[in-house]
Design a protein around this ligand. Structure first.
Ligand code: ADP
Ligand code: MG
Length: 240
């Protein structure tokens, strides 16, 4: 589903991704772990071309999205992205947030978009908040709406960049639960997280990144018990 083929990324002279190759199969959940500044967000942002790799190629469903001839807007419609900060539209209700892109980008009817939105809000436990404005929601509720809003576009791929890092501790669990419920339902997921227990439980594979390099790619049980590399072990020793 996602094939990253020898990509590098430079910001000026600063090479922040160095010859990274990886593949995420359809329906798989891959978590990306590594120290701050190691290039995790940049890698994730390359997957929907919010950042353009300096060299290398990225294939989504076999289409090279780094090819200038590719219609990136069409590709992006198929890729949901959830950030640390929820980026809800403050001047729209929850329902307005959820239906805006389906109506204006996908062109489905308002009635259909609203029905779908309510179903998704129900799934994340927030149906009763449909008519509220984001300012009236807690951080955890905002992030659940942001996830539901991405799902309203029916993407095949979801990218999560530290979706719980900006939340108060008591709200982390409810958001992780929503992501957990979504995992292994057919959607392909790449997730940057510092929630190690969650990564261990949910991921099919852990990609450990340090200094812009993919240092190792391992199954979760093995990664947390006995990673292949000393660098991963040193990282785990610091945080666990
Ligand atoms: P992580 O998500 O692992 O903390 P990032 O991918 O955000 O790391 O950043 C990796 C490196 O790239 C950092 O040194 C950061 O300063 C740099 N960087 C990220 N985005 C930009 C940008 N838009 N312009 C210049 N440098 C950037
Ligand atoms: Mg980051």
């Amino acid at each position: 589903m996602i094939k990253i083929d020898h990509i590098s990324k430079k910001f000026g002279n600063n090479e922040v991704l160095k010859d990274i190759s990886m593949q995420i199969n359809k329906g798989d959940v891959v978590t990306i772990i590594g120290p701050s500044g190691s290039g995790k967000s940049t890698l994730l942002r390359c997957m929907n071309l919010l950042e353009t790799p300096t060299c290398g190629a990225i294939y989504i469903n076999g289409v090279d999205i780094t090819d200038k001839k590719t219609n990136i807007m069409a590709v992006r419609q198929n890729i949901g992205m959830v950030f640390q900060h929820f980026n809800l539209f403050p001047h729209m209700t929850v329902l307005g947030n959820m239906t805006y892109a389906p109506i204006h980008v996908k062109g489905i009817s308002k009635a259909e978009a609203e029905a779908k939105a309510l179903e998704l809000l129900d799934r994340v436990g927030l149906k009763e908040k449909a008519d509220q404005y984001p300012s009236r929601l807690s951080g955890g509720q905002k992030q659940r709406v942001a996830i539901a809003r991405s799902l309203a576009m029916e993407p095949e791929i979801m990218l999560f960049d530290e979706p719980t890092s900006a939340l108060d501790p008591e709200m982390v669990k409810e958001v992780l639960q929503v992501i957990k419920d979504l995992a292994h339902t057919g959607i392909t997921m790449a997730l940057v997280t510092h929630e190690m227990g969650f990564a261990r439980e949910v991921a099919d594979r852990i990609c450990f990144i340090d200094g812009g390099k993919l240092i190792e790619e391992t199954g979760p049980a093995e990664f947390f018990q006995k990673p292949k590399t000393e660098r991963a072990q040193a990282f785990l020793d610091k945080i666990i």
